[in-house]
Design a protein around this ligand. Structure first.
Ligand code: GUN
Length: 304
């Protein structure tokens, strides 16, 4: 006789905030070692175009995180009406500035600027977002590369929580270049964590719930608040919520709250482990950006 799978009695909350603090502490120790050896202190620059509220917050937090670990940081702000040519000229300046070890151009950019052109203008050695086709190609080929921050943050959470991934079925919802596609590649690699059988689902996937219910690990990265409901989750699954959508909330001082892609209250009791929003994957993205900046500065990926 077969019995229906049981939901675990309790779930483990994956604390991305604390894990990110641990990683930042480790990076701060490395910075002190560089300082003691008289070597260059890593320096991250960020380009922010316009005044999008979410982008302002992310970039401010990236600069604050640099200060917390002892990195140098530079914030370059431009108005929405900067031309593509002027932005490309700023990218070229940062490419050639020996003080800057890595930089990011915060996305999205205004519609009159091609994000792809800007990403491809960044020197791969300084592309600490890991968005340049050279870094993506090297990642796919299993060569040393600067990895995109959110996917590597997810892998790092799985590693630090000793979550077994070998041979597991990982279902990813969302195929963005920033999260869904790269995390599906990383988790399928012959690495630890890795060795998953990965299914990448997207807006054209048929009968999505029948697939997500077979996921031992479920990564929700589609940007639709509360999309993943209890009936879509296998009992005992590891649930990673990448969603960070701002929704109106009168009870908050700011007038909004961050909402994940998973209906936490109904999914958590079914899961073995789950990331909250906020405090899950989000803080890890910044920690991994700092780690990439350290790797770029020390020439670990592209020896100088
Ligand atoms: N916009 C949303 N996420 C990101 C990110 O990781 N990097 C950059 N540059 N822009 C983003």
């Amino acid at each position: 006789m077969t019995t229906a799978p049981e939901a675990p009695a309790t779930y483990r909350l994956i604390d991305g905030k604390q894990t990110a603090e641990d990683i930042k502490h480790e990076i701060a120790i490395e910075v002190e070692k560089l300082r003691a050896d008289g070597r260059k202190i890593p320096h991250l620059a960020a380009i922010l175009v316009g005044h999008d509220g979410g982008s302002e917050t992310y970039v401010r937090n990236k600069v604050l995180a640099c200060q917390a670990v002892g990195f140098g940081s530079t914030l370059l702000r431009y108005e929405d009406d900067i031309t593509e040519a002027d932005l490309l000229a700023k990218v070229a300046e940062l490419n050639h500035d020996p003080e800057i070890d890595g930089f990011i151009v915060q996305l999205p950019l205004p519609a009159h600027i091609s994000s792809q052109k800007v990403i491809e203008a960044i020197r791969p050695e300084k592309d600490v977002d890991g968005f340049h086709p050279m870094n993506i190609g090297r990642m796919v080929a299993g060569l040393p590369s600067l990895l995109p921050a959110t996917p590597s943050g997810i892998v790092e959470l799985l590693r630090r929580y000793h979550i077994s991934t070998d041979g597991k079925h990982c279902v990813v919802i969302g195929r963005s270049n920033i999260v869904g596609t790269p995390v599906s590649i990383l988790l399928a690699k012959n690495l630890e964590p890795g060795n998953c059988t990965v299914t990448l689902c997207h807006s054209r996937t048929q009968d999505l719930a029948s697939i997500t219910r077979t996921g031992d690990i479920l990564v929700a990265a589609l940007g639709r608040p509360g999309f993943v409901t209890a009936d879509m989750v296998k009992p005992g699954a590891v649930v990673i919520d990448v969603g960070t959508t701002r929704v109106a909330d009168d009870t908050k001082k700011a007038g909004w709250a961050l909402r994940g892609d998973v209906k936490f209250d109904e999914v958590a009791p079914l899961a073995s482990c789950i990331t909250p929003v906020p405090g899950g994957v989000g803080p890890m993205t910044i920690a991994m950006l700092l780690q990439n900046t350290l790797r770029a500065a020390t020439g670990e990926v592209y020896p100088r």
